[in-house]
Design a protein around this ligand. Structure first.
Ligand code: KG4
Ligand code: ZN
Length: 373
């Protein structure tokens, strides 16, 4: 029987865990406040393979998750003292454990779920299962330990809200009718935008992960040099497709002799690819804004780190006078557990706890309910 000390609506102390892909992550949130957000990155382990190797991810999660959780608790307690907050954070005071159920790599998800179950049983704490993409979607609602949001206040009342989620595994437009009520408007039919960044970087021999390297190179490049085709520009749905762009890049690169591929060439190519991908995204964003007239836009997922992509999104949103919100810290943009804690907080408020812990299972293909345009 789980402890029944959950009666303080605004201040659930949640320990959250995410092992959906290649970051071993644990965090402590109190309501929407992030008290700690520990991310053990596996990027160096996967780099030699040029992408995430599921079995290596599983092993790394198994090796580090326990320590990452301990660190999340300790850091949260230290921050609570440091900011003179009224909470002590330890196993006796944690109200719930949140864990990512999916989507993600099955064998990686399993590590987090198994650990969450063990801890929930051991400490008699209720469990909350979270959709990783709901975490990305609600990440702009996270507040720092002092409950301060630097760039204006995103609101849970301004509905509908449009979510644009761009990561290594997903590219999605999601309509939030209210927190917990989501409609998938469109998603990628093939590669995700982050995956396209990574694959094109690989073609250019730039290293892994490709997104940040391409962004850096593109600063010195001419985005109109190669005139790459904008995918799905005339398609009337809100879906995306990036594999055609990837193939177009491959053909262009094959046609150009090696000796011409100098630093400036790489910069121009990176800039053109990045601008074309951003265009493909903003065309669909514009269509979604016209169709659904949202009151605000929430951005999440690793590609949102890209300042050029973000700026192009902001330009479109400005035309429609819709405010755009990103998480307050970069650590909340890519994969992390604090965003899982934020999504779990809203679930806790509605009493959405896992009823039978033993039956909780990974859902590698978990998605929002889809309703096409
Ligand atoms: O959200 P995330 O950390 O993990 C997933 O859930 O997939 O996203 C990782 C992806 C990678 O494909 C990476 O190349 C991309 O985000 N990314 C970027 C940038 N930083 C990370 N893409 C473009 N520009 C960046 N600055
Ligand atoms: Zn993610």
């Amino acid at each position: 029987m789980a402890r029944q000390n959950i009666n303080h609506r605004g201040s659930y102390k949640i320990l959250s865990i995410d092992t959906s892909c290649d970051e071993t992550a644990a965090a402590v949130t109190v309501g929407r406040r992030v008290l700690s957000n520990i991310i053990w990155s596996q990027v160096d382990v996967h780099r030699p393979w040029g992408g995430v190797v599921p079995d290596l991810a599983r092993k790394e999660h198994q090796k580090h998750l326990g320590e990452v959780i301990q660190l999340a608790l300790a850091r949260a307690n230290a921050n609570s003292k440091r900011f003179r907050l009224p909470w002590r954070i330890n196993w006796k005071t944690i109200d719930a454990i949140a864990v990512t159920q999916g989507p993600g790599l099955a064998i990686a998800l399993e590590v987090g779920i198994k650990k969450a179950k063990e801890l929930a049983k051991k400490h008699r704490i209720p469990l909350i299962a979270v959709n990783h993409m709901e975490g990305h979607l609600l990440s702009p609602l996270a507040q720092n330990a002092k409950a301060h949001v630097p760039k204006g206040e995103p609101s849970i009342k301004k509905m509908p809200t449009l979510g644009l989620l761009i990561s290594g595994g997903h590219t999605q437009l999601v309509l939030v009718k209210k927190i917990g009520d989501y409609q998938l408007l469109g998603e990628t039919l093939d590669d995700a935008a982050g995956e396209a960044f990574d694959k094109v970087a690989k073609m250019l021999d730039l290293g892994y992960p490709g997104g940040p390297i391409i962004e850096e190179l593109a600063r010195q490049g001419n985005p109109r040099h190669f005139q790459l085709p904008v995918p799905m520009a005339r398609d009337s749905s809100l879906n995306f497709s990036f594999s055609g762009l990837k193939t177009a890049c491959l053909y262009k690169l094959r046609a150009i002799p090696k000796k011409e591929k100098d630093r400036q060439f790489l910069a121009d190519f990176a800039a053109d690819f990045q601008a074309t991908l951003a265009k493909a995204i903003t065309i669909k964003l514009k269509r979604a804004l016209e169709t659904y007239r949202p009151k605000q836009i929430f951005l999440g997922g690793g590609v949102i780190n890209n300042l050029y992509v973000r700026q192009q999104i902001r330009l479109v949103a400005k035309k429609y006078q819709v405010p755009v919100f990103v998480p307050f810290s970069r650590r909340l943009i890519g994969d992390n557990a604090a965003m899982i804690g934020i999504a779990a907080f809203f679930k806790a408020q509605k009493g959405e706890f896992v009823k039978n812990i033993n039956l909780l299972d990974r859902q590698p293909n978990l998605n929002f309910p889809f309703k096409p345009l």
